[in-house]
Design a protein around this ligand. Structure first.
Ligand SMILES: CC(C)(COP(=O)(O)OP(=O)(O)OC[C@H]1O[C@@H](n2cnc3c(N)ncnc32)[C@H](O)[C@@H]1OP(=O)(O)O)[C@@H](O)C(=O)NCCC(=O)NCCS
Length: 157
């Protein structure tokens, strides 16, 4: 019998097996297992948002973004990128709910935390939908490069 190539995966140790089990639907956080209830992703051409901001700046911004998001955007060195990544983030959060129809995107607030990592706060009707679905928190990751913004959201119990 031929020996396995040097790059063959080694047998999993007990800890690694636990990690593999955890990754099937649950993530560990501070010793607590959290179940993933939904994921959502979005990609946005930032030029589209730039054009909307130019054409109907105030009404659009007030409809979609919360007061605290608008404050952070005003302090940001690049407000268009700030709004674009948040808009993409809101769509990703919507998708991780697995629901039909329109929602008020201002009910999804995405702010930068102290380290710069964004965090999601829900309000209004969407908060009620989250409670019904057993969603207790939504994690978000945002990025942008050249003309595109991308976002990935995870809903967990
Ligand atoms: C429905 C919606 C998810 C479509 O997004 P989009 O930017 O037009 O298109 P995207 O390419 O990003 O996403 C399309 C994919 O999302 C997925 N999708 C569609 N409806 C979905 C839903 N209700 N939930 C989760 N995922 C959905 C599908 O995989 C779809 O791919 P397909 O077209 O190949 O089937 C988007 O309009 C949305 O987020 N709506 C809710 C928020 C809202 O009210 N926005 C108003 C804008 S101001």
């Amino acid at each position: 019998m031929q020996a396995p190539p040097a790059s063959a995966p080694r047998a999993l140790d007990a800890g690694a097996r636990d990690r593999v089990r955890s990754s099937r639907g649950a993530v560990e956080e501070k010793g607590e297992k959290r179940v993933i209830l939904g994921v959502g992703t979005d990609i946005l051409n930032m030029q589209r948002l730039h054009d909307i901001l130019e054409a109907e700046s105030d009404s659009f911004v007030r409809k979609v973004f919360t007061a605290r998001e608008r404050e952070q955007a005003a302090e940001s060195p690049d407000p268009v990128s700030y709004y674009a990544t948040r808009f993409s983030g809101k769509e990703a959060v919507f998708k991780c709910f697995g629901i039909h129809g329109n929602v008020r995107l201002s009910e999804i607030e995405i702010l930068d935390g102290e380290t710069g990592q964004p965090y999601v706060t829900l309000s209004g009707q969407l908060n009620g939908i989250a409670a019904d679905k057993g969603i207790r928190s939504v994690l978000i990751s945002l990025s942008c490069e050249n003309e595109y913004a991308v976002a990935f959201a995870v809903a967990q119990d």
